[in-house]
Design a protein around this ligand. Structure first.
Ligand SMILES: NC(=O)c1ccc[n+]([C@@H]2O[C@H](COP(=O)([O-])OP(=O)(O)OC[C@H]3O[C@@H](n4cnc5c(N)ncnc54)[C@H](OP(=O)(O)O)[C@@H]3O)[C@@H](O)[C@H]2O)c1
Length: 305
């Protein structure tokens, strides 16, 4: 495994997104299997694990943090866990994806951080992201709250998710940002406009859904179906039958590169962003050991400009 820096935080060049183990991709995963998978990830040199206080189910809204807390306890000092505050899902809604309720009031954040620390069984959170902007709370106020949490030793670093340049600059002025976690993959490149700002301010970039929710792995096709109520892919445009035709040229290019590099489409999709900038650390999510090995292997693939 290779390692790189998000600001001052050193992590493996590929992390592990843990959301799908508890939320958004169908039924909740088997706990024993996920404990084994998380141990395997550490074994393979992965030191960066991504979760959020809201990755859970209607009956256990914090399922993911609890799972990580228990599974990663033996590796406490070897790894970094990133978690997030500032949104709740509206579990009473029948729609998929579930609507979000934002709340970044400092009093709410303070309750969140204590809850996450307890569930993660850690003395501090390595990287704490605001999950979504709260339009009722100025970002400077959130940044001020982060400063206090750093001084109290409850968090080591902080970041923003789905943030734009203006918010990043305002937040960074009050309390130094370590990473931005935004959606980014070959089919969604909008945030490349942020790269100069991130370089200027020495902030890392953590792409979420780096495989376009699995689409770029080329392991799905027109006949793939997903559980309507629990699997968000049932509503995602890239998994509609017509999208496979529209994206055929892209998939062909990825297949060709994968063949040339004796690798797989998922590995090419991840290597594409890893090789783009030294401060990019994708966090692909998987619940399968063979895919974990495959995805972490992307760190070893060299692509030229
Ligand atoms: N900040 C935010 O708002 C936000 C939003 C979404 C996600 N995230 C974070 O980002 C992480 C990653 O995003 P994501 O899970 O949405 O999307 P992703 O990593 O692009 O794709 C995950 C999906 O692809 C499948 N997959 C993964 N590797 C594969 C491979 N090698 N071959 C075939 N299929 C593969 C997984 O299925 P299997 O599990 O069956 O392998 C899963 O369904 C999440 O776990 C979460 O921590 C953050």
């Amino acid at each position: 495994m290779k390692y790189r820096n998000l600001g001052e935080l050193k992590v493996s060049a590929v992390g592990l997104g843990c959301m799908g183990m508890s939320h958004a991709y169908g039924e909740v995963s088997d706990k024993k299997e996920m404990k084994e998978l998380l141990a395997k990830a550490v074994d393979l040199g992965c030191t960066f694990f991504d979760t959020a206080e809201i990755y859970g189910t209607a009956t256990e809204p914090h399922h993911n943090e609890l799972l990580l807390g228990e599974s990663l306890k033996p590796y406490k000092d070897k790894i970094a866990i990133a978690t997030k505050f500032g949104i709740q899902f509206d579990y009473s809604s029948p729609t998929v994806p579930l609507p979000l309720i934002t709340d970044s009031r400092p009093e709410t954040i303070k309750k969140s951080v204590d809850g996450s620390l307890k569930r993660l069984q850690r003395d501090y959170i390595d990287l704490y992201y605001q999950h979504r902007l709260d339009k009722n709370i100025p970002i400077e106020e959130v940044a001020g709250c982060m400063k206090e949490l750093i001084e109290e030793g409850k968090i080591r670093a902080w970041g923003l998710s789905e943030a734009n340049e203006e918010t990043i600059r305002k937040a960074d002025k009050v309390c130094k940002l370590t990473a931005i976690q935004n959606r980014y993959h070959m089919m969604y490149r909008n945030y490349e406009t942020l790269f100069p700002t991130l370089e200027e301010l020495n902030i890392g970039f953590v792409p979420f859904s780096p495989l376009a929710n699995g689409f770029l792995s080329d392991r799905y096709n027109k006949t793939s179906t997903f559980n309507d109520e629990k699997d968000y892919r049932s509503k995602m445009p890239q998994f509609k039958p017509e999208a496979y035709d529209k994206n055929e040229a892209l998939l062909n290019l990825i297949r060709k590169l994968a063949y040339e590099k004796s690798s797989t489409p998922a590995q090419i999709s991840l290597a594409w962003m890893i090789c783009k900038k030294p401060y990019i650390v994708p966090i692909p999510g998987t619940r399968r050991v063979e895919r974990l090995e495959e995805n972490l292997g992307a760190a070893d693939i060299e692509l030229t400009t």
